[in-house]
Design a protein around this ligand. Sequence first.
Ligand SMILES: C[S@@+](CC[C@H](N)C(=O)[O-])C[C@H]1O[C@@H](n2cnc3c(N)ncnc32)[C@H](O)[C@@H]1O
Length: 171
Amino acid sequence: MLGSVIPSSRFLVRRTLAPIDWSRARVIVEYGPGLGTCTAQILQKMRSDARLVVFETHPDFVSHLRETYSDSRLEVIHDSAEEVEAVLTDRGFDGADYVLSGIPFSLMPGEVRDRILERTRSVLNTDGAMLVYQFSPRIGSHLKRVFDEVDWSFEPLNVLPATVFHCQVTP
Ligand SMILES: C[S@@+](CC[C@H](N)C(=O)[O-])C[C@H]1O[C@@H](n2cnc3c(N)ncnc32)[C@H](O)[C@@H]1O
């Protein structure tokens, strides 16, 4: 369920985060931060009053994230992205402005993938977006089924080259 053992390149991180309007992002969610390559960039760019909630299933990465990033705006959840609705509700958040995902959708059972996509759609605020980077472009058809608008681009400067999807819900 790792997808890749090599952290994302700065080119892929930059491309994935490019659509984010940092001035209005109050609640940001990340799925599968791994060692925290994207997490570190998000923490650098996000507002001082914004919150970042990350979901990671691998216990070693969870420990690493908790030890490395001591930032009161960050909460590391040791659980699957499937729990996004329950966790945001439990924390009193109305929804998320952006959900960033690096989890390997092509390696998980279809019902888990669909549950994560549908629950992500349900937590996204109006004008919010799900930003997905994947080494296989196959997730595209599933994203189009769940979201109203899906754009994508390709980042060759990464091991492995990746497709980045920008998924939106229209009001
Ligand atoms: C390809 S790595 C991404 C690493 C990192 N985001 C980066 O940019 O280098 C995928 C990560 O997703 C995590 N993961 C897999 N399934 C998950 C799930 N259902 N919920 C949360 N994290 C998951 C894995 O443990 C792994 O850390």
